[in-house]
Design a protein around this ligand. Sequence first.
Ligand SMILES: [Zn+2]
Length: 308
Amino acid sequence: MTPHFTPLLHVVFLLGLGWLGAVVGSFANVCAYRLPFGKSVIWPASHCPRCLTAISGRDNLPIFGWLLLRAECRRCGLPIPSRYVVMEMVTGCLFALVHVSIVAERGWKSPIDMIYTARLLLGASLVTFLIIATVMDYDWMIITDSVTVPGMISGLLLGTLLPGSRPVPMSADSMLDGFLVGFGGIVTGFAVVVIVRYVGGIIAGREAMGLGDATLLGVIGAHLGWKATIITFFMAPFFGLTLEFWKVVRRVRDLITGRQSAQNIKEMPFGPYLSMAAIVTLLTWPLLWKFWAAELFEAIRVVFLGLE
Ligand SMILES: [Zn+2]
């Protein structure tokens, strides 16, 4: 591949991945909607919940199908919630951002090589499972094993078969190393939540976190390794705080303008925050590591092991 074609190649990859992400996002919506009830995600095809008309191929296109239908069922006019199309767009953007993050780390090299492919597969896999878990947790306050177990297997397999697939410094040189990094990530994910659950249970007298959070952090650990898992876990509450802050701002605004408070923002489970933090870690891990996490782990090592 001559360097001449490389910029064009990146544009093609960016658009292609955006579209692929939208398709995956559409499928993720179906998974999040059906898996909690043990329903098949393949059969039957998507249909209108009121008149049961199957959604035809053209109308089922991500984003464009929704626009084409003007957000209504073609037969009975039942409104199609905009969140479906929002999730498709978000997933599309995240797939494209995975590409950007890889380019940011290795420069404008041609994306057709082994390391790029490995990184892309791992990033896309993590994004996919996080999107399904987030939508499911948001809707039903549950994250089923039918999402997290395949998620852990996927992260572990990719990290083992393609040891270079994880972002530096968690990337490995051998398959055994790759396996251990992912396995350590799963164990760390479970351990952190179990400890917090236990300690939180003593302090707050109620369950601080669900087991769905443990398995979700296991999925994150399998993909990103144990260090990134710890960082993700402690970053997640900040996303929660941001939403709490937004609620306060709205309350104050309503008081000042004398407006009747709009309906309360839905109470959020922890899963979506974990997912948001994991996405930030996935996309910015080399930067996080360089400017912050490396020193943090060094400090922990010195404090706990007394090594200089
Ligand atoms: Zn209908």
